[in-house]
Design a protein around this ligand. Sequence first.
Ligand SMILES: [Zn+2]
Length: 176
Amino acid sequence: MSEDSSQRPSVVTGTGEALSWRVERLADGRLLVQIKGEINENADFSELSGKLRGDVELELEGITRINSCGVREWVNFVRGLEVSTLWFARCSPTVVVQLNTIYNFRGRARVVSFLAPYVCEVCHIDEYKLLDVEEHFATSRSHPSVPAFRCPRCGGVMMFDELPERYLSFLSEEGA
Ligand SMILES: [Zn+2]
């Protein structure tokens, strides 16, 4: 990736879904940043990076796809942040895959919550459920057990639709 400083658009359009973000200051002073779209070789976080100071929560539910060039852009972005505290919240399944496979994807961030796939094998309903790290995995990060959810249609137990030891492996690195 070249360090082209001539253009710093906050919305990048490419062949995929546009990458965009929205920064909001919360009442407690934290900055909430919602990042959406696809992270690829066109991703340029330099403008966003310059805005972020203090306690920052990145909400990553809207990240749909990340390719290998995008991973590099992301890792550089996170590494270069001059913030006091960094949280990743509502991580999309795409982000979870990266957390599990790419060393440094989170940088110094703490993961507070993420989406996980569940399925009802009777009704064939699949849904993403938001799992909270503190609430669901406070005592079991190295051997996490997945929380159970009820199927909204039949009331039966929905199954975790991934291998838990693989999908949740990033939890064992929390705070390491
Ligand atoms: Zn069901």
